[in-house]
Design a protein around this ligand. Structure first.
Ligand code: C2E
Ligand code: MG
Ligand code: MG
Length: 841
């Protein structure tokens, strides 16, 4: 049985040509060295042309078997081959076989390389067969040795043919599986054996009485028919097996992408193609392709240009569910797409769905010499597509689309939400604001919410607590608004709220801002801790912002800064006059960083007076920024900024040293006078700085003053952030001999009973209570209570912000010892404090 190579790969044609030439060279060498002289072994003698005719006849009755990577054509050429071995000379057999086959191949328009290969290979095989036959049966006659010799020669030549073909395929396709070669060998040996025995029997008949030959035709033809039937059955079986396997892959894999890949891998194998690709369309989404090849390239569920997908879908309409490409109709987009992917030729089938085409499957670039796919291939692909779409359609496609949607939504969510609080982020917030503003006739309020002193909490309690705090605050903010309102985290400790569709944005803004500030009245849980926090809120309306979203946010931001600088824990409504002020503020940040070294941070001193005698008993150092252009700036204009940026450390240190040096100066100026006492204000960030106590000690030592000359003022709000650390630090300071005053008492949230747990020496009653004294209402009762309590705890009391003589009078009656205020003495330069001098009572 002869097996012919059908496919060679074009790209390696050069190598194959070399192989062909080597085969031809080998054949010539063997033929002329060992075979050429061989004469016929029996009569009648057959001439080369008779062999040639017999070969042509045998090749006409050919069975093509083409599947998987092996492609064979089995023919009855074994029969003239055997006749030639017995009745012809070596020369006649070789010439007849090669000439006859060449005619057949040429008529089939085989490419030259294949024709040459087949001829060279046949010549080689014939030569080897002649040598083997003559070796086993050297004498003429038709005894059993001849039969044995012929069978052995035929089996050997069959094996040699397979090896030649395997070699050619390996060269042209870059490799071949051993299993396939083994399978080909076995099949060939079985077929060759049966063909050869029939042929030998026929030869015997011819040698004895040629008239009996027709008797043999019956079994021979029956055998051939059976064989042909077996082959096509087998081929059908392989195709079915492929469809079944492809389907099984599709329905077994849980992931649709994986299922598609499996199916594509099988298709690539089955069609011996370089590329296999499925594009899935879905109703309103982007078409997605899964591609294998060329080579190891692999793409899973990747977006495809919708026009390309549409054009591809148009190529395979219902009337023509599978087509071979390229076809003249391939349009611009599709052609560009195919060219880009290196598609030379392809077949495309549609994946039909119940209502619409769900996609296409394409198999492209067949390995080997063929330039296109056969009608059989198209049919097989169509069957595959039909099967695949059934498997894909029910739940699979939906599953794929749902998964994809889920993924897209997840990505979208991630892109537009803050991972910590899961609130919308700045991008989404802006988008929503813009959207609202686009709706005609809608007014919108935006609130900018900034957590006060968040940096302090974060620095002193750690980032974990800081994060937990932000999450809790986010929850409270959400509970302050309607479901249709948007709460977003803009970053850091900044939140924003949008109130869409409100009639009076400012009024609604105020209402929500009140709710927000009130909602933070109770301490907020942050992990294990309860932290007392406040927020400054800025309100802006779309009316003022000219319906510009960016402008609207900026306005709210500006108003928030205003609220911060007015003392935090409050809200402000945007006014156009604020903007300028804020712009200034932004520029200030950079200047502030250089203010200390430029010696622009200066101190004013405000006397603290004994109310009964009018004697100045102490002074409070109040920081100012002597700005070259803006003049003397009060702390409210830069201390919050300094706290936020961390610049408070160098500024506070500078203040402390200056204040101590001033004490030294006053002592030096009046060594016999009363010891000057200096109050210095602290920020909580300074207090929590680990090196703080040491710095105080150094400042006192450097100035050469007594520790009890120094009073450090701290506000109760600052203490609340992390009471434990604060108390511990204050205790260390007191151990040094420094005294501690609680500033602005009454404005914070600590209960009176809490006071005794703090290491304090002095209470400073906040200005609002002093102001309230005259009315005799709640505030005055409060002051009375504080005075009683302070006395019970052994604390000194200083009343702040005294502006009138009447206030001094009432305070005196209430037995308040000390006071501070513009009425008594405004803050001023060191020279003007009149320390130690008695004021007019
Ligand atoms: P404070 O410690 O309560 O200081 C008293 C504030 O009240 C001072 O304002 C003072 O000028 C003002 N004041 C005094 N008498 C009267 C009065 O009769 N009526 C009114 N309306 N106000 C009066 P100033 O200097 O603007 O300081 C504001 C705050 O800035 C201070 O409040 C203090 O908390 C903080 N501060 C001042 N200096 C420093 C400093 O060196 N470091 C830190 N961390 N904070 C400072
Ligand atoms: Mg103070
Ligand atoms: Mg105060």
């Amino acid at each position: 049985m002869l097996v012919r190579m059908r496919r060679l790969r074009l790209s390696r044609a050069g190598l194959v040509w070399i192989f062909v030439l080597a085969l031809a060279g080998g054949a010539a060498a063997i033929f002329f060295s060992f075979a050429a002289g061989a004469e016929p072994l029996a009569t009648p003698h057959l001439g080369w042309w008779m062999i040639a005719i017999a070969f042509v006849a045998a090749e006409v009755c050919v069975v093509h078997l083409e599947f998987r990577r092996s492609a064979h054509s089995f023919s009855l050429a074994d029969i003239p081959f055997v006749f030639g071995l017995i009745f012809s000379s070596a020369g006649s057999l070789a010439l007849g076989a090669v000439a006859g086959s060449a005619v057949v191949y040429a008529s089939r328009r085989q490419p030259p390389v294949k024709l040459a290969f087949n001829c060279a290979q046949l010549w080689l095989v014939v030569s080897v067969a002649v040598i083997i036959t003559r070796a086993i049966a050297p004498d003429t006659g038709s005894g059993p040795r001849l039969w044995l010799g012929v069978v052995a020669a035929m089996l050997a030549s069959g094996a040699l043919t397979i090896l030649c073909i395997a070699g050619a395929i390996a060269i042209s396709e870059g490799g071949m599986r051993l299993g396939t070669v083994r399978q080909m060998l076995t099949m060939d040996l079985v077929v060759t054996l049966s063909n050869t025995t029939i042929a030998v029997a026929a030869a015997l008949v011819v040698a004895t009485d040629a008239r009996a030959l027709p008797l043999l035709a019956v079994p021979a033809l029956t055998f051939f028919a059976l064989y042909r039937g077996y082959m096509s059955e087998r081929q059908r079986h392989e195709k079915l097996e492929f469809l079944y396997e492809a389907n099984r892959t599709l329905s077994r894999s849980p992931e649709v992408a994986e299922a598609l890949e499996g199916m594509l891998a099988r298709s690539r194998d089955a069609f011996r193609a370089e590329i296999a690709e499925v594009i899935l369309f879905h109703r309103d989404g982007v078409p997605l392709r899964t591609t294998l090849g060329p080579g190891d390239e692999r793409a899973v569920m990747q977006r495809v240009d919708a026009t390309v997908a549409a054009e591809l879908a148009a190529v395979v309409a219902d009337a023509q569910p599978v087509v071979s490409l390229p076809m003249p109709a391939a349009s611009g987009h599709l052609r560009a797409y195919l060219e880009e992917r290196g598609v030379r030729h392809a077949m495309v089938a549609m994946l039909p769905g119940e209502e619409r085409t769900i996609g296409t499957i394409m198999v492209a670039n067949r390995f080997g010499l063929a330039r296109s796919f056969s009608p059989d291939d198209l049919k097989l692909l169509e069957a595959l597509a039909n099967n695949a779409s059934v498997a894909l359609q029910y739940d699979r496609l939906e599953q794929a689309v749902t998964q994809l949607r889920g993924l897209q939504e997840q990505l979208h969510h991630q892109a537009y939400h803050d991972p910590l609080t899961d609130l919308p982020n700045r991008a989404l917030f802006m988008e929503r604001v813009r959207h609202e503003l686009d709706l005609a006739g809608q007014q919108v309020a935006v609130l900018f919410v900034d957590v006060d002193d968040f940096k302090t909490v974060n620095d002193s309690l750690g980032h974990g607590v800081g994060d937990a705090l932000l999450v809790s605050i986010a929850g409270r903010l959400r509970r302050c608004v309607r479901p249709e309102d948007v709460v977003a985290r803009l970053g850091g400790d900044e939140f924003a709220v949008m109130l869409p569709g409100v009639g009076d944005p400012i009024a609604s803004g105020r209402m929500i801002a009140t709710r927000i500030t009130q909602s933070l009245d109770l301490p907020v849980r942050a992990g294990e801790n309860l932290v007392s926090v406040h927020a400054s809120v800025g309100i802006a309306s779309s009316v003022q912002a000219d319906r510009d979203a960016d402008q609207l946010i900026r306005n709210a931001d500006v108003a928030m800064y205003q609220a911060k600088s007015k003392g935090k824990a409050r809200f402000e409504v945007f006014e156009s006059s604020m903007a300028e002020e804020i712009l200034r503020r932004h520029g200030i940040k950079e200047e502030l960083a250089k203010a200390v070294e430029r010696e622009q941070i200066v101190l004013e001193y405000q006397p603290i007076v004994e109310l009964d005698t009018g004697r100045v008993v102490a002074t409070e150092a109040l920081v100012r920024w002597q700005h070259p252009l803006r003049g003397l700036m009060p702390p409210s204009q830069f201390v919050p900024l300094a706290e936020e940026t961390g610049l408070i450390a160098p500024i506070g240190h500078h203040v402390l040293r200056q204040a101590c040096l001033q004490v030294r100066a006053w002592e030096d100026a009046d060594p016999d006078g009363p010891p000057p006492r200096m109050h210095v204000n602290l920020s909580v960030a300074e207090l929590h700085d680990p090196g703080f106590v040491d710095r105080i000690r150094t400042a006192i030592a450097e100035a050469g003053i007594r520790p009890d000359n120094l009073v450090l003022e701290i506000t109760e709000t600052q203490l609340l952030g992390d009471p434990a650390t604060s108390v511990q630090r204050l205790e260390l300071l007191r151990d040094l001999g420094v005294r501690i005053a609680l500033d602005d008492f009454g404005t914070g949230y600590s209960s009176l009973s809490y006071l005794h747990s703090l290491p304090l020496d002095i209470l400073k009653v906040a200005k609002p209570f002093v102001d309230g004294l005259m009315g005799g209402g709640r505030e005055s009762r409060f002051v009375v209570m504080i005075l009683d309590l302070a006395r019970a705890l052994g604390l000194e009391v200083i009343a702040e912000g005294i502006e009138t003589a009447e206030q001094v009078e009432v305070l005196r009656e209430l037995k308040t010892e000390f006071g501070q205020g513009y009425y008594l003495a405004p803050p001023g330069a060191a020279s003007k404090t009149g320390l130690g001098t008695a004021l007019a009572g």
